[in-house]
Write a protein that binds this ligand. Sequence first.
Ligand code: ES4
Ligand code: ZN
Length: 326
Amino acid sequence: DRLPALLCAMPKAELHMHIEGSLEPELIFALAQRNGVAIPYASVDELRQAYAFTNLQSFLDIYYAGASVLLKEQDFYDMAWAYLERAAADNVVRTEMFFDPQTHTARGVDVKVVIDGLHRACVDAEATLGVSAALILCFLRHLSEEDAFETLEQALPHRDKFIGVGLDSSEVGHPPEKFAKVFGRCRELGLHLVAHAGEEGPPAYVWSALDVLKVERVDHGVQSARDPALMARLAQDRIPLTVCPLSNLKLCVFPDLKAHNLGTLLDAGLVATVNSDDPAYFGGYMNENFLQTFAATGLTAQHAWQLAANSFEGSFIDDAAKAGYV
Ligand code: ES4
Ligand code: ZN
């Protein structure tokens, strides 16, 4: 069977990963030591054993604790560089990385430190790994829209170092329309727009991400399959869904990978893609997501080709560069 080799070898774009979610336990411990930050785990093994999640919130609590070791520009660089090397090894030729500035500014870290460190890794990745890398600033939806506006204001002096904005963190109870005004402002600024919707939340949140926030892609979006009219809209407008199978498995969105609806989304003609979300926490980078999902669901080489094509169609690389990939 040559399908696993194809999945690994095919060039692909990653459109949904949180750079703070690429922080491996070993690097968390190394940075904690380097920065003199105390963490409530005695060892790398003990920390890894805490990675048993029941839903999104149970993961987020540990994810924000892990990010607390990041203080200096070099910390952000080292984290991003480690991910970009892993991405290159999986034949990811383009990646659009989310970052959560509020997780860091809340601890007194300047947004410039965050963006400069991440951006320097992106520049080096292009030059030495051949990976095209870009940044998407995410607003934390459990915080207020006023907080999001303040974060945007702090980031705008660095406007040339990120290509868009997204919306992440605790979904249920924090619908997209809570951020209507700040997304409207970002749209005026010419930023690309995406949002997490339909991960745990209802199809109504996907509708409002599209119609109120006017996002170009929906992150996760797997709950859309419960609403036929929404499925038709996503197919009609070719709105990409950035699906994250191992994330959905680890956060109990599906009971097992066999039950995942990726095949249903693809066969309905949606621009679905495969992504790693928080690879250090969910048990795999890009190729592991492809391998495990295909092994469990019986997707075919035709689906593999479609997923790769979708990843480039859905990406925000400029049209000339896109023509070179597809
Ligand atoms: C996230 Cl899996 C997921 N969902 C929502 N927000 C997030 N932030 C990091 N990972
Ligand atoms: Zn995510």
